[in-house]
Design a protein around this ligand. Structure first.
Ligand code: GLU
Length: 508
């Protein structure tokens, strides 16, 4: 039987979750699920300076919200406390320091690693010189040459030290990446990487290799930025005499100008996208296609479909352009497919944040501008107006504002369709007013309004645009909005007549 597939997502708790990391999670998740494997969340918190309080909890919540479940590692309970589950723990690296110490000692004993007592000042100076000579920054190996006695003496004197990997001076390090294929690096270009820092904490390199081995990780799937570190990891596996996992490095995420996706050019945190009202399913669908190719023209994938189809051989080698227009398009698609009650619930915080409504009790809301009371059913009708057009939920506040405010502000020129005169606008609005005035409140349904107004236009021989455009503008005050029939149905008779009257007043 082949070895069980075990993969891990191993973030450092340094703040927010980058979109690139979300892709790493997704691909690991899909690969595990597709192969009936295990997916593990391991926290790599060995860089104390970069630790940000609360980021583990935040991260776990996002993964949960996105529906990307894992079977082992670090979880968060109802009281927002972390706990761990699985046979290979602890899964938080700062709780594994004794393990790393043991393995560092082993490397030193086998002469694969050495103590380095160089001071920060010396290292700084060395770096400067190398910079001036345009050389790659590298440790010059001074402490490699220390005799056993010298080392003992310095240790005895409690001189601060780090432990470095003793990279062979000759030969090559080779490995096979599933995407980048064979990679062969000259050992003399590999730095004597620090494995253990002076504070007794391991570096990422040592800790991740030790943990990937001890946690039986079969496949390491991570961002391309870690590719240059992999030769060091291979040397460590060799030094320990351990079998290496399979490596897959995922292509970079790029801005449309092909630069690396960075905070400077826009939002990169998953949290920011969720706040803007992108739906988890749409985000995952978008992220899936950033680097994975279904080899067909298909673009829409549910999570189940992704699990069925995902395969590492579909991962591209070239950087993936992070195109927010495509994300908007995809999100719009998911919004349109959504059940209206569910969508309305999701829109609610945005309506409240935009100061349009306030919740006063269960199923009771107050329109802040007019003081009217409305219920959830009414809000559903309002949201339905925008469901077809909405790209992200955060747009709802601005786009339905016209429903909730009493006095619309717009220029009278906006009422003009093509080359109409104000006189014509006035006449047509008056005709609509007279016709709608005759109706009962209960006849203010979209279909009925459409029928009544179309009949009117036919009888009077009025061109559709010449009546419907001024009417729509009078009802919304906007250049672009849903059509006049559905808007009128949501507004109701009283408001419709009031707004048409205002339009007539404007062009008088
Ligand atoms: N802790 C690393 C990070 O923050 C993990 C890299 C890896 O997956 O090996 O991304």
């Amino acid at each position: 039987m082949s070895k069980k597939i075990r993969v891990r997502f191993a973030p450092s708790p340094t703040g927010y979750l980058h979109m690139g990391s979300l892709r790493t999670v997704l691909y690991n998740y899909l690969f595990a699920k597709h192969n009936d494997g295990d997916f593990i969340l391991r926290i790599e918190d060995t860089d104390k300076a970069r630790y940000v309080e609360g980021s583990i909890e935040n991260l776990v919540k996002i993964l949960d919200f996105m529906g990307l479940e894992y079977s082992e590692g670090v979880f968060v309970d109802q009281d927002n406390k972390t706990f761990q589950k699985g046979d290979f723990g602890p899964y938080i690296q700062s709780q594994r320091l004794d393990i790393y110490q043991k393995y560092v000692d082993e490397l030193i004993k086998k002469d694969y690693a050495y103590y380095c007592f160089c001071s920060q000042e010396r290292l700084e100076e060395m770096r400067k010189k190398q910079q001036l000579q345009k050389l790659a920054p590298m440790y010059d190996g001074k402490c490699r040459e220390l005799s056993k006695d010298e080392v003992q003496k310095l240790l005895y004197e409690k001189t601060p030290y780090v432990v470095r990997l003793k990279v062979p001076k000759e030969g090559f390090t080779e490995f096979e990446d599933l995407i980048y294929k064979k990679i062969k690096i000259e050992n003399k270009t590999i730095d004597d990487q620090v494995l253990m820092k002076s504070d007794g904490f391991p570096t990422y390199h040592l800790a991740s290799v030790v943990d990937d081995h001890l946690m039986n990780i079969s496949h390491v799937i991570r961002g391309e930025e870690w590719l240059p570190s992999t030769p060091k990891h291979i040397l460590l596996y060799k030094a320990f005499g351990w079998k290496t996992p399979e490596f897959t490095h995922l292509p970079l995420l790029l801005n449309p100008d092909k630069s690396k996706l960075s905070k400077r050019q826009g939002d990169v945190a998953v949290e920011d996208y969720l706040k803007k009202g992108y739906l988890p399913k749409a985000l995952l669908n978008f992220i899936l296609l950033l680097g994975w190719n279904p080899k067909t023209e298909e673009e829409i994938f549910s999570l189940e479909e992704m699990i069925k189809r995902f395969d590492l051989s579909g991962v591209n080698k070239t950087g993936a352009i992070f195109n927010t227009e495509k994300l908007d398009w995809l999100n719009g698609l998911y919004v349109r497919k959504m059940d209206i009650s569910k969508l309305t619930k999701l829109c609610m915080p945005y309506l409240i944040k935009a100061n349009l409504i306030k919740e006063i009790s269960t199923n009771k809301y107050k329109i802040l501008n007019t003081g009217e009371e409305i219920d959830f059913e009414y809000l559903k009708k309002v949201v339905l107006l925008e469901q077809e057009r909405m790209k992200k939920l955060s747009e709802i506040g601005e786009s339905v504002k016209f429903i909730f405010i009493d006095k619309l502000e717009y220029e009278k020129e906006l009422l003009i369709w093509k080359k109409m005169s104000f006189e014509e606008v006035k006449n047509n609005l008056e005709l609509a007013y007279q016709e709608l005035e005759k109706l009962n409140e209960k006849d203010f349904t979209k279909n009925n309004l459409e029928k009544v107004l179309r009949d009117l236009m036919e009888q009077e021989g009025i061109n559709t645009g010449k009546l419907l455009w001024p009417l729509r503008v009078a009802l919304t005050g906007l250049k672009g909005s849903p059509g006049p029939f559905e808007v009128a149905a949501v507004l109701g008779k009283e408001k419709v007549l009031k707004r048409i009257k205002k339009g007539i007043e404007l062009v008088k």
